[in-house]
Design a protein around this ligand. Structure first.
Ligand SMILES: Cc1cc2nc3c(=O)[nH]c(=O)nc-3n(C[C@H](O)[C@H](O)[C@H](O)COP(=O)(O)OP(=O)(O)OC[C@H]3O[C@@H](n4cnc5c(N)ncnc54)[C@H](O)[C@@H]3O)c2cc1C
Length: 388
């Protein structure tokens, strides 16, 4: 299908929305992005962009920009929580020969995508909060300010609390997983190398990796607990609560937590993957279609994959409806598998005595005698190339 002259409205200038806008524009469509925020580059903390996401950045012509602003990850190192003793080291240099794996600040990645989209002629309109989406042969977006917007196609890239998902699938309540996560950025006083350090304790774990030029460290701390916390990206918490929750952590983990001055807390919820990813002239992608827990670091990567596949499917198909059907058929099962893998992964870092000791021994032996196998079990996620 020739996308030239097609008018497309994308809701949400997050990673999925901007990547889709850029890909659709490259294939000839005329694209407007509606974003509720007043600025798009200032929010968020660290993201991991794994090789499957890098393939999409490369196809968008942005691999060098990503390499410039990100830290290339050298390894993932699993450690005990008391003293930080190494349990397992997964070497990414060998694994990812020619397939880089990055740690990037979300705002830098957004900046790269937004800059490229604007240069290509995508209109990004800020302070446009969508109230309601009306599907149908001529879908409409109703904005909170009373204005309406249409288009030949609406793309809902409006994240976790997507209005577009509700318009297509109705309301479905997520459930609290009994886990919360804090995230913070601290100075890299300890000169941590470009590796993801995972400190594993009973019922909790802490992940730390450097960002930007290595001067900052991104922290994500996950705790199993009964007390519920709100699901969202901007809820502040007291750093003392984080330190109290990780009181038994020593060594590097304790030193990092000591430097936290500002912290955000979010409740981890499980959402069903949307059944319907498209209507007649409407589609959803990224977190709007399949919010995921953070345990495989795939939220942003899946959004990049969706964006590329949506644009590509429309371009390859004979018409809009077959293009949208092709998009869902190519994406839903993979997204579901990755979301399930992430949901299964958390407990592995949270083992309590007496299970934790033998489990760590098994990991150590695996690392010593079958290191390739320890990493290659995730090939189906990380080596997948939607642009091939
Ligand atoms: C503010 C913010 C901070 C984040 N920080 C982190 C982080 O530190 N670490 C991490 O792993 N992930 C973070 N994420 C999530 C991560 O970016 C996504 O899980 C992933 O990139 C999938 O991207 P997405 O494009 O589907 O959704 P998102 O990146 O969530 O983007 C959705 C976009 O839609 C906009 N939007 C939502 N509703 C409306 C509406 N009604 N009208 C108009 N616009 C709307 C949002 O403002 C946002 O820009 C953050 C997301 C946000 C929105």
């Amino acid at each position: 299908m020739d996308l030239k002259g097609l008018k497309i409205t994308v809701i949400g200038a997050g990673i999925g929305g901007l990547a889709a806008a850029l890909a659709l524009r490259r294939f000839g469509a005329s694209v407007t992005v509606l974003e509720q925020a007043e600025a798009i580059t200032e929010v968020g903390a660290g993201l991991q962009i794994t090789p499957n996401g890098v393939h999409v950045m490369k196809a968008l012509g942005l691999a060098d920009d990503l390499a410039w602003s990100a830290q290339r990850a050298r390894a993932v190192v699993l450690r005990g929580h008391r003293r930080g003793n190494q349990v397992l080291r997964l070497d990414l240099d060998e694994y990812a020969a020619g397939l880089p794996y990055y740690f990037v600040h979300r705002s830098d990645l957004i900046g790269i995508l937004a800059g490229a989209a604007r240069r290509e002629g995508v209109q990004v309109r800020l302070l446009q909060r969508v109230d309601r989406v009306q599907p149908g042969p001529q879908p409409l977006v109703h904005l909170v300010n009373g204005a309406q917007c249409g288009g030949d196609l609406l793309v809902g890239a409006d994240g976790l609390h997507s209005k577009t998902r509700v318009a297509l699938n109705g309301e479905r309540k997520p459930f609290f997983t009994g886990q919360v996560a804090w995230r913070a950025i601290v100075p890299n006083h300890l000169k941590l190398p470009p590796e993801a350090q995972v400190f594993m304790g009973p019922g909790r774990h802490l992940v730390a990796y450097p960002l930007r030029d290595g001067s900052l460290v991104n922290l994500v701390a996950v705790q199993e607990r009964r007390a519920w916390a709100e699901e969202g990206w901007n809820f502040k918490d007291d750093p003392a609560n984080l330190r109290a929750a990780f009181a038994g952590f020593g060594g590097t983990a304790a030193a990092l937590l000591e430097t936290v001055e500002e912290v955000l807390l979010w409740g981890l919820f499980r959402h069903p993957v949307a059944d319907r990813w498209h209507g007649e002239h409407i589609a959803i992608l990224g977190d709007a279609a399949h919010p995921t827990l953070p345990f495989m670091a795939q939220g942003a990567n899946l959004a990049l994959e969706d964006a590329w596949v949506l644009a590509r499917s429309l371009q390859e198909a004979a018409g809009m409806s077959s293009g949208l059907a092709m998009y869902q058929a190519r994406r839903r099962e993979r997204a579901q598998n990755v979301v399930q893998a992430a949901s299964r992964n958390a407990w592995k870092y949270h083992l309590r005595a007496p299970l934790s000791w033998p489990a760590h021994q098994v990991l150590k032996l695996g690392g010593r005698f079958a290191p390739d196998r320890m990493v290659s079990q995730f090939d189906w996620i990380y080596r997948h190339d939607v642009t091939a």
